[in-house]
Design a protein around this ligand. Structure first.
Ligand code: EPZ
Length: 434
């Protein structure tokens, strides 16, 4: 299996183009099941998870075309007839976002059989809120031998309902927004997620003819239509990729312009990075981030649903804080097991103590390179960031996680002066810049 080798210590300077958001593109792709007309998505990132969603949709009868457009890869998805309503275990276990086909399948085909995702490296991650919401829309839902089996009533259509989520869930809000857009009558989602990816999905559904109001707030109204039409829609920039490269600038004391970035997508993160001593400014084409001179100031961070500090940037922020002047308390409030990067950062010389949901990070003068590996996407990229700042060589194993979520990571960092390469198991450098 390939690994990433980094020789740390270089300041990163230059421009990095921001890709489309993986976590917006995946639900948008699932939304293509809601209509028989083509849905064209622009600015789709080239990632392993996007390929997995393409193969899942193909198995449900969707034709998938791709072409290079002015805005990165364009995907054209069309499902004339849903020929199969099953998302099998082998696909869902590789990518949890597969569960997002449940709502659209049920709403358009009247039935769905989707493997239960199970736990993963960052926690238990149940889907009870998705299922309870679909039941409130009139679906019958059963769990049988590891599968969710759901169908609509005799009329074949879901019916609008008032659904109050006990906790904020991005995926449940997305699944129910899609299902409700073909339901009979009005649906109100209370305590809905407000993430930019939710707004992106709502805007795309509106372009497909849905009537939705309140997206971006905690109460979303959806008036169902009998049918939706096709659309052309551009995926929002990836705020987690933006935040990751912003931290790359900070941790190396460098200066990066993130081309295509929008400050409004991650105000809390930029406020936090400013408190560490970084400067952040808008340019005509994106955001410029300059790292602090010398070591950063330690700041406390708690992850929260949007607009709070995102859990998907917690590991990267922790890597940055390992070099802080003073201490930083990092609290994870979304997932119960999202500190898998801590032992690996510690192997690089970080001083971190975890107590329940909080990690106390006492800054050290410098990290030292080491062989490391991680169990999820954001933990893996946090080790890349640590490696960029460390003294000596870091080898990151199990990098398939990075391929799932960061388009051309090695190439983008190398273009800005990082000494980084992807190496095959036998030690030879790969020609392609992944
Ligand atoms: C989305 O996951 C993202 N994935 C995650 O990104 C992200 O970390 C997460 O939102 C939080 O922002 C995609 O968009 C594909 P949730 P999702 O439902 O929708 C609990 C990455 O690295 N919960 O908002 O699965 C759940 O266990 C990934 O790109 C229930 O209890 O997250 C968690 O504690 C990882 N029951 C909390 O809610 C449910 O039915 C938030 O989860 C659903 C969720």
């Amino acid at each position: 299996m390939d690994k990433v080798r980094i020789r740390g210590g270089n300041r990163l300077v230059g421009k990095i183009p921001v890709s489309g958001a993986k976590n917006a593109a995946l639900p948008l792709m699932a939304a293509s099941l809601l209509t028989s007309a083509p849905l064209t998505l622009m600015n789709v990132p080239a990632l392993a998870d996007i390929e997995s969603m393409c193969s899942l949709l193909t198995g449900l009868g969707t034709t998938v075309g791709d072409q290079n457009g002015a805005m990165g890869t364009e995907l054209v998805l069309q499902n004339l007839n849903i020929t199969n309503t099953e998302a099998p275990y082998d696909v869902v276990r590789k990518m949890r976002a597969s569960v997002l086909v449940l709502g659209p399948l049920l709403a358009r085909a009247g039935r769905a059989r989707v493997s239960l995702p199970g736990g993963c490296a960052i926690g238990n991650r149940p889907v009870d809120l998705h299922l309870k919401g679909l039941q409130e829309l009139g679906a019958t839902v059963e769990l049988t031998r590891g599968y969710i089996e759901a169908h609509t009533g005799p009329g074949g259509r879901l019916r609008g309902a008032k659904i109050a989520f006990p906790t904020v869930s991005v995926g449940a809000t997305e699944n129910l927004m899609m299902a409700a857009s073909l339901a009979d009558g009005e649906t109100v989602l209370i305590n809905a997620a407000r993430e930019p990816e939710i707004v992106d999905l709502a805007d795309c559904l509106i372009a497909m003819g849905a009537r939705i109001e309140g997206h971006g707030t905690d109460t979303i109204h959806i008036w169902g239509r009998e049918a939706l039409c096709g659309a052309r829609y551009q995926v929002v920039p990836d705020r987690i990729e933006i935040g990751t490269y912003a931290i790359a600038a900070c941790i190396t004391g460098g200066e990066l312009e993130l081309v295509g970035a929008r400050a409004g997508l991650l105000e809390t993160v930029f406020d936090t990075l400013s408190e560490t001593g970084a400067s952040i400014s808008e340019t005509g084409s994106g955001i410029k981030v300059s790292g602090p001179e010398g070591r950063p100031r330690g700041v406390d961070v708690m992850t929260e649903p949007y607009p709070g500090f995102p859990t998907d940037l917690q590991a990267q922020m922790m890597a940055y804080m390992t070099r802080a002047e003073g201490a930083s308390m990092i609290t994870e409030s979304i997932f119960e097991n999202r500190f898998m990067h801590v032992p690996e950062l510690s192997r690089m010389g970080a001083n971190i103590t975890v107590h329940q949901a909080s990690a106390l990070v006492r800054g050290v003068e410098h990290l030292t390179g080491a062989p490391v590996m991680a169990t999820d996407l954001r933990a893996s990229v946090s080790l890349v960031l640590a490696g960029l700042a460390a003294v000596g060589e870091t080898n990151i194993n199990r990098i398939y996680h990075l391929d799932r979520g960061y388009e051309r990571l090695v190439g983008k960092l190398r273009d800005c002066g990082a000494i980084i390469e992807r190496v095959a198991e036998n030690g030879s450098a790969r020609n392609q810049v992944a």
